[in-house]
Design a protein around this ligand. Structure first.
Ligand SMILES: Cc1ncc(COP(=O)(O)O)c(C=O)c1O
Length: 451
């Protein structure tokens, strides 16, 4: 006899300290154990089927169980399961993927690989510092991000993230990171202000912060073209044009974090195309491999490359790299995944499906507790409020979101509750009838909660 727990759920509680989870609550409620997936669906260990309304974590663009990705991984594993890219070594899939990404992303001239969005934003921060040191501007190091922005969880990227829980008790943010206001017009616009005025005000705020800090100390501005994990917030009209003007005026680099928006989510390969953003750095991940394997990439312009390259020559090396940088199996899966996205028209499918998806979302706008229904392409959210007129939040905040998420599970739907914001971001392979089914399940869940 031993006293080891034997159900999988009990073993999970006993041994697994989960990411982004309340550990004490987990001891009580245990895991939702997902065993397999197919298309837009996943199945739990009881065999119950769910529509994955968030594509896992905004990521499984080609859906679950795609045999071509399994085959690409298996073939690469058999041929060359691992090799690295340090000190002039390379392997075909990393080279081909770098070429492919540079070809797809307007204005970008080089690609460098990491394994997660957090690592990519962390390294982008290091590259920006290295770049300004190389240019003899050791003061120019601060990075301005936004409240409610999400850029990951490592020390630099967690600092860039503008969500209090990601800082609290982790001693973040680091002093080089500053945050400006969240660009959500519905929540933060002032009475009488138009959306365009709101964007002007936020650009002026950025300008004032750069001037107050000293332009010679501000290196970069980072933003998600459409805010994701902070609650799905498309930019207000004119926002990116005005923000870019301010950055250019002060020689401040622009980093577009396309970790969620990249590879078709907004109807173009990149949301930078949707919103006319010309960044110096672009960070991509998630739909790059449909998250079948961990992979992210930092893409940057020739201007950045020339300075980094000169400095590596001066020092003798660009002394950064991970064992898994450009991992052969992950990059092989990415190449096959990009083939699938292109062959099936998934990079632009949001133009066709987006109107239906957004119309269904707007159908909930008249609900007595929906403050705002918002989105673009195939990403969207409903923000629930206790009082529609005052936009007052529920007490405690997040209580409504948690109830809705639970009711959705009962109805066979997985969405993401970000406090009281319910986010939708289904796999891009979703069909029109499945979009309706997803929102029908959501409607039934909402009725359950109201009852
Ligand atoms: C915009 C954005 N950037 C960065 C990240 C961090 O990526 P990862 O979880 O792979 O570290 C995320 C994750 O959701 C994200 O949405």
């Amino acid at each position: 006899m031993n006293d080891r727990p034997n159900s999988l759920a009990a073993r999970d509680i006993a041994y697994y300290f989960h990411p982004a989870t309340n550990a004490r609550r987990h001891e009580k409620v245990g895991p939702m154990m997902i065993e397999r997936g197919e298309g837009i669906h996943v199945y739990d260990d009881q065999g119950k089927e769910y529509i994955e309304g968030l594509a896992g974590l905004w990521s499984v663009a080609v859906g679950f169980g795609e045999p071509r990705l399994v085959k690409a991984a298996a073939e690469q594993m058999a041929k060359l399961p691992f090799y690295h890219s340090f000190s002039h070594k390379s392997h075909p899939s990393a080279t081909k993927l770098a070429e492919r990404l540079v070809g797809m992303a307007p204005g970008m001239s080089k690609a460098h690989f990491t394994s997660s969005g957090s690592e990519a934003n962390d390294l982008t921060t290091k590259m920006i510092w290295y770049y300004n040191n190389a240019l003899g501007r050791p003061q120019k190091k601060k990075i301005i991000a936004r409240q409610k922005g999400y850029h990951g969880v490592t020390i630099a990227s967690g600092s860039l993230t503008g969500l209090p829980n990601f800082h609290r008790d982790f001693d973040l943010p680091i002093p080089q990171v500053k945050h400006v206001s969240c660009p959500n017009f519905w929540r933060f616009g002032k009475p009488g202000e138009t959306e365009e005025d709101f964007s002007t005000r936020l650009a002026e705020e950025l300008d004032a912060m750069i001037v107050a800090e000293g332009p010679e100390t501000v290196a970069a501005f980072i933003g998600e073209p459409v805010m994701g994990a902070g609650g799905v917030m498309p930019p207000p009209s004119g926002y990116w044009r005005k923000i870019q003007d301010v950055c250019r005026k002060h020689d401040v680099l622009i980093v577009a974090d396309e970790v969620i928006t990249g590879f078709g989510r907004t109807g173009n390969a990149f949301a930078c195309q949707t919103y006319d953003i010309a960044p110096d750095f672009m960070v991509v991940s998630k739909a790059l491999t449909s998250s079948y394997l961990p992979l992210s990439a930092i893409l940057f312009t020739d201007k950045i490359y020339q300075t980094l390259a000169d400095n590596s020559q001066k020092i003798g090396v660009f002394a950064h790299g991970f064992t898994a940088s450009g991992h052969p199996v992950a990059t092989a899966v990415a190449l096959e995944n990009l083939d699938i996205l292109e062959e099936r028209g998934l990079l632009t499918v949001a133009r066709e499906l987006g109107p239906q998806f957004q119309a269904r979302l707007q159908g909930f706008a008249s609900h007595p507790h929906v403050g705002e229904a918002r989105g673009v392409g195939m990403i969207g959210a409903l923000e629930f409020v206790a009082d529609k007129a005052t936009k007052a939040a529920f007490d405690p905040p997040g209580s409504m979101g948690a109830k809705i998420a639970e009711a959705c599970h009962e109805e066979g739907l997985i969405i993401r509750a970000i406090g009281d914001v319910i986010a939708f971001c289904p796999p891009l392979i979703i069909k029109p009838a499945e979009i309706d089914e997803m929102f029908n399940r959501f409607e039934r869940a909402l009725k359950r909660v109201s009852a």
